[in-house]
Design a protein. Structure first.
Length: 173
């Protein structure tokens, strides 16, 4: 069965979408996902399922909506896709905790960077279904404004690499 990583938007961030990871794991198992594991408290789950990725994401989003009162947004990636994202990091020379990857369900539109305000020297690169942002002063202090980011979910490159490693290990058995 294929391995997937689900990246959930707005889970355990800023007091919204509170969901203990044990409950997330149980919810995923209830949907029939196999070999379920979670990583850190921000809505990352790795599992196996033989279904269609679009259907898997929709089922998980609907189950989360029932639990949370609204759909948070679910972005699926296969282990190889996460490996490609990590490899494509245009800011590999920068401190990994200051590089965030925003994940989207579809390729980002050509005008995705429209409205970008980067007053603290942030650098932004859009590639396929991801947007990479380097935050020189850290994302918590940054005043970056980029409207499209609200539609996705972000992880720092350290988390992306760890999720890649967990997913690849599960895929190898």
């Amino acid at each position: 069965m294929p391995v997937y990583v689900a990246l959930l938007r707005a889970i355990n961030v800023g007091g919204t979408g509170k969901l203990p990871m044990a409950e997330l794991k149980s919810l995923c198992e209830g949907l029939g996902f196999a070999d379920v594991s979670t990583f850190i408290q921000s809505g990352n789950v790795v599992f196996r399922d033989s279904g269609d990725p679009v259907t898997i994401a929709a089922r998980l989003d609907a189950a989360l909506a029932e639990r949370l009162g609204k759909p948070p947004g679910v972005f699926l990636r296969r282990p190889g896709e996460l490996a490609a994202v990590a490899k494509a990091n245009p800011f590999a020379a920068m401190e990994p905790s200051r590089v965030l990857v925003s994940f989207f369900a579809e390729p980002v539109p050509e005008d995705a960077l429209y409205g970008l305000v980067a007053p603290d020297g942030e650098e932004v690169v859009a590639l396929d279904r991801e947007i990479f942002v380097h935050y020189p002063i850290g994302s918590g202090r940054s005043r970056l404004k980029l409207p499209v980011l609200k539609a996705g979910t972000s992880r720092n490159i350290n988390s992306v690499e760890k999720l890649r490693d967990i997913a690849l290990a599960l895929e190898r058995g």
